[in-house]
Each structure stands twice: as structure tokens, then as C-alpha cells.
Design a protein around this ligand. Sequence first.
Ligand SMILES: Nc1ncnc2c1ncn2[C@@H]1O[C@H](COP(=O)(O)OP(=O)(O)OP(=O)(O)O)[C@@H](O)[C@H]1O
Ligand SMILES: [Mg+2]
Length: 279
Amino acid sequence: MSHACRHIPRMPVLSEHGIAYIWSITDNMRVGDMVDVMEAEAGAREARTFAKKRLLVASGKGGSSKTTTARHFSTAAAHAGLAVVTLDLDESPTLSTWWTKRPDTLPSIEHIRAPIHELVDLSDVDVEGEDVGAVIAARVEKEILGIEDYDLLIIDTPASMAAYPHHANALIRASDLVVVPTRQYDDDINSVTSWMKLVRDLGVDGMFLLSDTQRRESAFEDAKRKLVKHGPLCPIDIPHFADIPKTLSKGTSVIDMRRGRGREDYAAAFDVVRQKLGV
Ligand SMILES: Nc1ncnc2c1ncn2[C@@H]1O[C@H](COP(=O)(O)OP(=O)(O)OP(=O)(O)O)[C@@H](O)[C@H]1O
Ligand SMILES: [Mg+2]
């Protein structure tokens, strides 16, 4: 995989060799500028080692705040000076579209788009003669472990993960922590607890994150009591705030806003993640 640069627009693509990046030059930029920045970045990368922690955001439930969590944690990581890469596995590219809008003036995030069904090429796999699950798992793991030069890789997943059980297993196993966002209502909780069971059965750390909460409803406290029966719960929840969806179309998050409502909640939840991962 080619090295990535944080200041020049680049387009991640899936090539026959896996995930790769294409550089693009904007109107107000010269090729010389790009080379200078790439060389400076390469020098900086050689000068330090990377923590290479992988955080999977997944829940097996649609609309549970996975993408919202990924964009807030990635901006929190970028503000903290971590080299952060986001990987968007969703077929509908909400996180990727958000990333393309991110203003250059804000702490930067590297990004890879790889819809789950294209993450690995399976055209050569003999469905009769091979253990397809094992082949998928090995290729997914190789792809994830092959990503370079980051302190924190944040992987956003589609709601359809259940349709990709071998991908899901490999992604979980390749992760240091799986954050499982959930809303506070019973149907949400029932879906995400089975996902947490899978994570724990695979021997990987998981943590529920109650999101889009309504703290005054009785369902909020009920949800906490139910979730802790199934796995660790982040001690910080993320309440419902109108500022949070508003930042999606701007390429930002409430972490980027001085007085964004929900900023302190996401910052504190990210502190919990950092402690768990040791980054
Ligand atoms: N704390 C919050 N306050 C207000 N709105 C929120 C909050 N968290 C999430 N939302 C909104 O809830 C909706 C679902 O969130 P999001 O897109 O992050 O879920 P998802 O799990 O990624 O969904 P999908 O499974 O479709 O990928 C979005 O419109 C998002 O802006
Ligand atoms: Mg999403």
C-alpha cells in the first residue's frame, strides 16, 4: 500500500493489489507543493513509530450511531495529535462523503473507502473445494493488518454485517477494541447484545456506548441495567443533541466546535477509549 499524505486531497481506491491511494492536485496547488509535502510527511513518519491500535465500530443494528461515533472519535483523535485513519466499509458512503467535506484548516484524518463486498477479491475462490470462510477471514485480516502508519485506525461498518459473518469474525479478531453503539430502546438492545456476545466469544474487548440518549426517559436507566449484563458499558453516554447531526454535512463534528453540544460527552467517551487502548 502506498504511503498517504495528510494535506493533499487523495482518493482511496480498491485496486487488484488491495487498498491503494490516488493523489489529486487541486487548482491552487503545484506538483512541487505535493512533492514537498509528501517528502516532509515521509520524513516525519520515519522519525517515529506508530501505536497501530484498531478500533472497530459495529453493532449489527442499523441507525445505532456507528458512523456518528466513528466521525467523533476520529476528530477527537486528530485533535489529540494522533495519526488517525478511518476505514469506511459501508456500501452507502456516509463517512466517506463526510470526510471529503472536511475543511483543510482542521486537524486532518486519513481515510480509506472500501465497501465490505469489495474489501477482498473472492473471484478466484473455489466454493466447492475450499473452506470459503477461512479464505475470507485470512484475506480480510491481511487487508486490515496491511494498513500502515497510524496510531488509531477506526473502522465504520454497515448495518448489514450479519450478512458477512466471515468478514465480521475477521474484523473483530483484527481489532483491539470493538465499540458497540446503541440507542436505549429494547429493540436496539436486543440486537446489540448478540453482537457483543460474538465479540466476547472471540476473546476481544468490547464496550457498549449508549448514544442518542434521552436521559429523562425511564428507558435510559433500564438500558444501562440491561446492557451491563452482557458486557462493559462506557460510563459516558452521548445524549441527543441537534448539533451532532448538523455537523455531518460540514465534514466536522461537535469536537471541532468550541461550544458544540455533545462535545464534552464525546471527548470524555473518547478518553475512555484511549485509556482502554493505551494511545
Ligand atoms: N447523539 C445524537 N444526537 C442527535 N442525533 C444523533 C445522535 N447520534 C446519532 N444521531 C443521528 O442518528 C442517525 C443515525 O446515526 P448514524 O448514521 O451514525 O447511525 P449508523 O449506525 O451509522 O447507521 P447505519 O446502520 O445506517 O450505518 C443519524 O441521523 C445521526 O445524525
Ligand atoms: Mg453508518
